[in-house]
Design a protein around this ligand. Structure first.
Ligand code: ATP
Ligand code: MG
Length: 500
């Protein structure tokens, strides 16, 4: 069988960085091929070269359906039936869902009059193909990240696709949505549509892939039939090391102290209702539940972004109602948001500047001027502690790989030295070795007395790294578990049960 796409000798150098080095890659018609590797290993770069948005260094050869492609432009790739969903989704926030889905199709048809009905029909057909329902008239900027991801996927399905490339498509989807997406991918396979899938969720990779290509530091380690791989082996190939997992042992009985954060009957209409819990110093409490269960809205309310309608929040024993992020921060509350690419960072600013943005006041000398030595020390420390892979702290954040951007967000907030830290999906899109590293950091912070609220979809992640776990459903706290005495199945059953 002739491969649908084959690349050979692909290299890409950026100033000071080798993103890819002499990589060969091929994908057959109808094949599901997963691309894995640690953050910054070159996955997105390879994909951008396939789509023609990034040009490889001279000497590379790219063939699509047996034909050599010279200086491939993005438009050529599209005409040859290659569609890409980027890590940052590339949607237009101020257009509607229907417009975002149908726009490229309408543009391609060169039709001058765009009828609302046509847009609506194209969007509905695409949604039907992957069996999702989205509010077509809503502005994309106003829907959730998971819904935005589905919009990007629907958009790819409006044309005749031969190869669909997805860069971390499931990063912020819940289990159910992931299942739905993966079954679409398998359906496509039956129609001979190939898929390249980038993901850090190895169980997912092994579940769907025919073959897996592993990248490490811009080199190709190899391509393997997925039947020859398991979690451990894959991790080993990616990192070159054996990673062993150590279960979390919480510091003993934090309940002897006063809770640092206490929430009593907190409600906000349409989002969450009668939520009560306590968070003690040195404790990690998990918060999980399906998308739309109110987790993020609750976190935002605690952080002063939304105002609750009723109920009470006590911080260090005193009732508080933060009116703004700044006020919450000044009082010792930190919040790492869910949407790493838009909420946390100033993309065109240097890594160092992003990290120190929130702590500038603590880096001033007695004359209130910034102390350059303190600034540099602080930046170096965080880059080292979080193992942020970056050629220089002066590099703009937008040149970092997705997972390294996420580490910058974390560094920025941990550097504020908060009393309570709310982490919303802190390891979404982060490779497995880095994920362990971040779990270690979270545990270490708790041991130092910080109280942490860890929001995550990944039940194993919350169970393995928390003292207690709260499960939210439709705005209520549907259950509470002691993590060390609970299995993934216990939590899953509670969620599935609520869902019926
Ligand atoms: N425009 C750019 N300028 C400079 N360096 C870049 C640029 N784009 C990517 N890089 C560098 O190339 C390397 C590979 O990045 P790439 O985005 O391909 O990684 P990735 O495997 O997709 O990682 P992740 O899992 O974190 O998304 C990184 O070191 C990154 O910093
Ligand atoms: Mg990437």
């Amino acid at each position: 069988m002739e491969p649908f796409l084959s690349l050979s000798n692909v290299s890409k150098h950026y100033a000071g960085v080798t993103a890819l080095k002499q990589v060969d890659f091929e994908i057959n018609p109808g094949e599901i091929h997963c691309l894995v590797g640690e953050n910054g290993s070159g996955k997105s770069t390879l994909i951008k070269i396939i789509s023609g948005t990034v040009h490889p260094d001279p000497g590379a050869e790219i063939k699509i359906a047996g034909e050599v492609v010279h200086g491939a432009q993005a438009i050529d790739a599209i005409h040859k039936g290659i569609q890409i969903i980027y890590q940052d989704l590339s949607l237009f926030p101020n257009l509607t869902v229907a417009e975002n889905i149908a726009l490229s199709q309408v543009v391609a048809s060169r039709s001058h009059v765009v009828r609302w009905k046509t847009l609506d029909r194209i969007a509905r057909e695409a949604m039907a193909r992957i069996k999702v329902h989205l509010p077509l008239d809503a502005l994309v900027g106003e829907i959730s990240l998971a819904e935005q991801q589905l919009v990007a996927i629907c958009r790819a399905f409006t044309s005749d696709v031969r190869l669909l490339i997805m860069d971390e498509p499931t990063a912020s989807l819940t289990r159910k949505e992931v299942d739905a997406l993966l079954s679409v991918v398998q359906e496509m396979q039956a129609r001979d549509i190939a898929t390249i899938f980038v993901s850090h969720k190895l169980d997912e990779v092994l579940r769907v892939a025919d073959r897996v290509t592993v990248l490490r530091d811009g080199h190709k380690v190899g391509t393997y039939p997925s039947g020859e791989l398991n979690d451990e082996k894959l991790t080993q190939l990616m990192t070159g090391k054996t990673v062993t997992y150590v279960p979390y042992t919480p510091p003993q009985s934090p309940e002897t102290q006063e809770p640092v954060l206490e929430v009593r009957d907190l409600s906000k209409r349409g989002y969450f209702k009668n939520v009560s819990f306590q968070l003690y110093p040195g404790e990690i409490v998990g918060l999980t539940g399906l998308l739309g269960s109110g987790r993020t809205e609750l976190a935002l309310a605690l952080f002063g972004v939304h105002q609750p309608d009723s109920g009470e929040t006590l911080f260090k024993g005193r009732p508080v109602r933060f009116r703004s992020i700044l006020e919450a921060m000044r009082n010792g509350l930190g919040y790492v948001p869910e949407d790493r690419l838009t909420q946390g960072l100033v993309m065109n600013q240097a890594v160092g500047k992003n990290i120190t943005l929130t702590i500038l006041d603590s880096l001033r000398n007695s004359a209130k001027l910034l102390d350059p030595r303190k600034v540099q020390e602080s930046i170096q420390r965080w880059v080292k502690d979080l193992a942020i892979k970056v050629p220089s702290v002066e590099s703009p954040v937008q040149t970092l790989s997705g997972g390294n951007q996420q580490r910058v967000v974390l560094a920025k907030w941990i550097a504020t030295n908060p009393k309570v830290l709310i982490l919303d999906g802190p390891t979404i899109g982060i490779d497995i070795a880095a994920k362990f590293a971040i779990h270690e950091i979270i545990r270490e912070l708790a041991h130092r007395g910080l109280a942490i609220l860890l929001i995550s979809d990944e039940i194993p992640e919350v169970l393995q790294n928390t003292n207690r776990l709260l499960v939210m459903h439709k705005g209520y706290v549907a259950g509470e578990f002691v993590s060390s005495q609970t299995s993934v199945k216990d939590v899953q059953e509670l969620i599935d049960h609520q869902d019926q």
